[in-house]
Design a binder for this molecule. Structure first.
Ligand code: ATP
Ligand code: MG
Ligand code: MG
Ligand code: MG
Length: 563
């Protein structure tokens, strides 16, 4: 495509509201624009990425034997009353009335709708198992839509639902979905990890999440260095899911989100005020740094404190922290104990710190701290020794913790929805049985953001080739002044396209500096530059986006690089 024919409104400045890299770069590269909180428009370049992610997901679902369908986004309340979730789901479910005052909701997920379809259409064991998927817009009225595409209110999800005659059949499909997910995230070119997970409000028994590993991830992943054990920390600590923190995992990521009062937080999180921990200050030398933490982030706080070279960790309330740092202090969030912080350390560290532990578990300790307490951070403390409840790894290996972005989630639902909605079939003996279900989600639009979180540098995005909006960026230096360059560039453009490459040709009469900066920002895998000087020698300038240096090559060598 010719750049002049596409709306690619790149920005020099980082938009003030964009807190994380993916949000900043997707805005700056002219790929998305915000309509309202959690609602984004996809511009031509961004949409090409989204469609590529979608296509890889679709191909692997088809390959795994799932059938594509498309269900309505608007769902009648009656179905949600049958499953019990009209009451249970809470304010994330956006409820609406039609002109006849009938209740509907915007679908945050589709268990009810698919189960209603299947109970009508599938009657016999001969039709089972069956697996249906769709790639469709979801709406969740998230308490805090933020980070751009990462936590939107409207977002694109691939959701699949499988139906079975028995548990063994479910286990087989679950395994094949698990493997399909592995293929999908490998093909997308992302570093990911599958972990044991909590089943949340979807319900059911076994469940795994797929996380793209990135420092900005809202989840903490505990994994063993030696065995295959990996779990979401919220499961490992046996605590319910909590809304995640505002980031601040490494010192350079420290930031000050909008100030919220404790009263506002308590109201928002539906918790008593005394369960809201206000702030945590980490003292590093004499420079205090404010870290924002909540829920399961104590470990990161301690890790961040150490990264800062802090000699101690101190808790302070919001006023004290503001006075000490001169910066506005945000909220921290709910913990298991009122106005206390729980820090997880191993027995050695607990002894070294002279803290008595509230727990007597084998080799780890929860330390309960009160406001004003100081926790020395001894060199020897091994904070990775996390006891992970019943799913503890079986080996004696050390555990590591990484941040992850939840991009996929699979569940063995059992008969939760099929029983509530009475989805039955006749078995071989003609007896009526309740179906068994599984469900499998991928956050297609979140994957786009996660890919950026994992692949960027200070000049912009570095798209994994499989989902780049175009393969090649083509620039003719001062083309509007040199007919020779213009002709050679256009010829190369035609030739590359006839060879099947997707080419973005920056044909605008812009300064080379602007064109180079834009091309880097957009992040296409390959860049080719045509210039008067190099044409003299029959050469082209080629650069792989992720490489440090450009190369001067003849055309055949450039084509070889592209393949
Ligand atoms: P989270 O823990 O991030 O809120 P979830 O566990 O509520 O996600 P699921 O119900 O498991 O989400 O939905 C399947 C997938 O949809 C998730 O794994 C995630 O990739 C994606 N997803 C969920 N909520 C959002 C959102 N608000 N914006 C973008 N993608 C989302
Ligand atoms: Mg959620
Ligand atoms: Mg989750
Ligand atoms: Mg989930």
């Amino acid at each position: 495509m010719r750049r002049s024919q596409l709306l690619i409104p790149t920005l020099k400045e980082t938009p003030a509201e964009a807190e994380v890299i993916s949000h900043q770069l997707l805005m700056r590269a002219g790929m998305i624009r915000r309509l309202a909180a959690g609602l984004y428009t996809w511009l031509p370049l961004g949409l090409r990425v989204l469609r590529k992610v979608e296509q890889i997901v679709r191909e692997e679902m088809d390959r795994a034997g799932a059938q594509e369908v498309l269900m309505p986004m608007v769902q009648p309340a009656e179905l949600w009353e049958e499953s019990g979730r009209w009451e249970q789901y809470g304010p994330e479910l956006l409820r609406i009335k039609d002109r006849h005052q009938r209740d509907f909701c915007l679908g945050p997920t589709h268990e009810e709708v698919i189960t209603d379809l299947i109970r009508r259409e599938i009657r016999s064991y001969r039709q089972l198992p069956a697996n249906f998927y769709q790639i469709q817009t979801k709406f969740r009225d998230e308490i805090r839509p933020r980070f751009g595409l990462m936590r939107g209110r409207e977002f694109l999800m691939k959701d699949a639902y499988s139906f079975h005659g028995d548990q063994d059949s479910l286990a087989l499909t679950y395994q094949s979905m698990y493997e399909a997910y592995g293929r999908i995230f490998s093909r997308l070119g992302l570093e990911f990890r599958a972990v044991e997970a909590d089943t949340g409000s979807i319900g059911g028994k076994a469940s795994h999440e797929f996380h793209v590993l990135a420092d900005s991830g809202e989840d903490a992943i505990v994994y063993c260095h030696q065995c295959a054990y990996a779990a979401n920390l919220e499961l490992a600590q046996g605590r319910p899911a909590v809304p995640a923190c505002d980031g601040a995992l490494a010192p350079e990521k420290v930031r000050t989100p909008g100030i919220r009062t404790v009263a506002e937080q308590a109201e928002m999180l539906k918790l008593p005020q005394d369960r809201i921990v206000k702030s945590v200050v980490v003292m590093a030398d004499d420079e205090p740094a404010v870290l924002f933490l909540m829920g399961d982030d104590e470990l990161n706080m301690v890790k961040a404190a150490r990264a800062l070279g802090a000699s101690q960790l101190r808790l302070a309330d919001a006023d004290e922290a503001e006075a000490a740092t001169g910066v506005a202090v945000g909220f921290i969030g709910p913990l298991g104990l009122p106005a206390k912080l729980r820090v997880l350390v191993d027995a050695r560290a607990a002894r070294a710190c002279n803290f008595s532990s509230g727990a007597n578990e084998k080799d780890w300790h929860w330390i309960n701290l009160n406001w004003g307490d100081a926790l020395p951070l001894p060199e020897t403390a091994d904070l990775r020794n996390v006891q992970a409840g019943e799913q503890c790894p079986q080996c004696a290996g050390h555990l590591g913790i990484r941040r992850g972005i939840e991009v996929g989630h699979i569940f063995q639902l059992g008969d939760k929805y099929s029983r509530a909605l009475n989805a039955t079939f006749l078995d071989e003996q003609g007896r009526e049985q309740v179906m068994i279900m599984g469900c499998y989600g991928i956050g297609v639009s979140r994957v786009v953001a996660a890919a950026v979180e994992q692949n960027y540098d200070d000049r912009g995005i570095i798209w994994p080739p499989a989902i780049a909006p175009f393969h090649v960026g083509l620039i003719g230096i001062n083309m509007h002044k040199s007919e020779r360059v213009a002709a050679a560039t256009e010829q190369l453009y035609d030739e590359l396209r006839s060879l099947g490459f997707e080419v973005l040709w920056d044909d605008r009469p812009e300064r080379p500096g602007v064109q180079f900066a834009d091309m880097d920002l957009i992040g296409l895998p390959h860049r080719i530059v045509v210039s008067e000087k190099n044409l003299e020698h029959g050469l082209l300038e080629y650069k792989f986006r992720a490489a440090a240096e450009a190369e001067l090559l003849d055309k055949e060598a450039v084509l070889a690089r592209l393949r």
